[in-house]
Design a protein around this ligand. Structure first.
Ligand code: AMP
Length: 395
């Protein structure tokens, strides 16, 4: 796969798909510019080489064409400040004006296109729309890993209209770090799976059964396993229809020699509330009217031992309802253990949804090897799927 680091952009117009789907407040000010800052290295490299940049992105979920709330115009001034160049704006992402603005662009200049999703064709992966977009640049750079699992016009379909296709630095970093987990994991390799539902994570767990030495299963999904084994779970979250699947995972893991670690004890509450009464219960012995909202102290110690003995660690999903202070100790204990293992030389990746929020909230984001910003795309990667946005760069 061609990457930004080795490609020479001199004299080229780079059409760069970025993920500028940033949160805006009611005054249209950006409240978190992490996604914008992440693209700085890619854009600087293109400009440094002597190329020009045409940025395209979606913002929000506009349903019926252009709407002020989701206009990328709001990003022009903040982008100009971040990149130190006066960013130009095309009020329509295709059409005559966009073509004119793109063709007039000089080396070192940046043009931002209006929201791609103002056209329904974007999400439909419409070929004609993708071809119109492709006319704006000489080379396609895909730096939007977060949308790489979607076969949209600008994220994948457009690839066929370019002979030169390049992965941006964000895309490259996400892929390289994910590969350290799926392809080159040093053993022992521990996967920590948490979160509310087993159904969301089942494909990842199945894919990891062929790779991991140990899988720690905590959070809400553990209770489906306990109930399936005949345990008492009170009113803990669970999925009855997934119980056969839970038993199947345990059997498969046994057959493949993968150690599955479920919590041995749980912090249970009489209400789904931070002020609920709590007690600690052994797994499978939760009384009626109580629900497990975190893993207990013994489990935390056992999980930490497994983590500290690992050379590769993947963490996806919290161990409990970490949003409530009284049920965050399990998730915090995992963060501490992963940080310590990392300091001792292990490679650790935190990816997908709420475990990312948890490490950020606890201030552990720089104590792990890599925090993925890929969300759903990273989860699909770990399920073993081919992501259309990556395939399009390679193809
Ligand atoms: P997910 O998006 O599947 O990773 O799930 C994350 C959510 O799972 C978080 O909002 C947690 O509060 C929730 N969660 C974790 N453990 C439990 C539990 N034992 N009971 C209910 N919800 C849980």
């Amino acid at each position: 796969m061609q990457t930004v680091s080795t490609f020479n952009f001199a004299g080229k117009k780079a059409l760069v798909r970025v993920d500028f789907n940033v949160p805006l407040n009611e005054r249209f000010e950006i409240t978190d510019d992490t996604r914008i800052k992440a693209t700085i290295p890619t854009i600087q490299k293109i400009i440094h080489d002597g190329g020009s940049v045409i940025l395209m992105s979606h913002l929000g979920r506009p349903k019926d064409g252009p709407i002020e709330k989701y206009s990328l115009r709001h990003l022009v001034t903040p982008l100009s400040i971040v990149f130190g160049v006066k960013v130009k704006f095309a009020p329509d992402c295709i059409g005559e004006e966009a073509i004119r603005l793109a063709s007039e662009l000089k080396a070192g200049e940046i043009l931002l296109l209006e929201n791609l999703r103002f056209y329904k064709e974007e999400e439909k992966g419409d070929e004609a729309f993708a071809e119109k977009l492709s006319k704006l640049g000489d080379v396609w750079v895909n730096d939007a890993f977060g949308t790489a699992h979607r076969a949209h016009a600008s994220t994948a379909v457009i690839g066929q209209f370019f002979s030169e296709k390049v992965a941006g630095f964000v895309m490259q970093a996400e892929i390289e770090n994910a590969q350290k987990i799926l392809e080159y994991a040093e053993r022992p390799f521990t996967a920590i799976m948490g979160g509310s539902k087993i159904s969301d994570k089942i494909l990842i767990i199945e894919n990891l059964l062929d790779r991991a030495t140990d899988i720690i299963i905590g959070g809400g999904m553990a209770y489906t396993f306990f109930k399936a084994q005949g345990g008492k779970i009170g009113k803990s979250i669970h999925e009855d229809d997934r119980m056969p699947l839970a038993l199947e995972i345990l059997a498969k893991a046994k057959a493949k020699g993968v150690n599955i670690h479920l919590p041995v004890d749980n912090v249970v509450a009489d209400d789904f509330s931070n002020t609920a009464n709590t007690q600690t219960c052994a797994s499978g012995e939760i009384p009626d009217g109580w629900e497990g909202l975190d893993v207990g102290e013994k489990s935390r110690e056992q999980f930490a031992k497994v983590i500290l003995a690992s050379k590769t660690i993947l963490w996806n999903g919290p161990m409990g309802v970490f949003e409530m202070e009284n049920f965050q100790a399990g998730t915090k204990a995992i963060a501490v253990a992963v940080a310590e293992a990392t300091q001792n030389g292990a490679f650790s990746l935190v990816g997908g949804g709420d475990s990312v929020s948890a490490v950020n909230q606890f201030g552990f984001n720089d104590k792990v090897s890599y925090v993925s910003t890929g969300g759903g795309a990273m989860l699909e990667y770990f399920e073993g799927k081919t992501l259309p946005g990556i395939a399009a760069i390679k193809g």
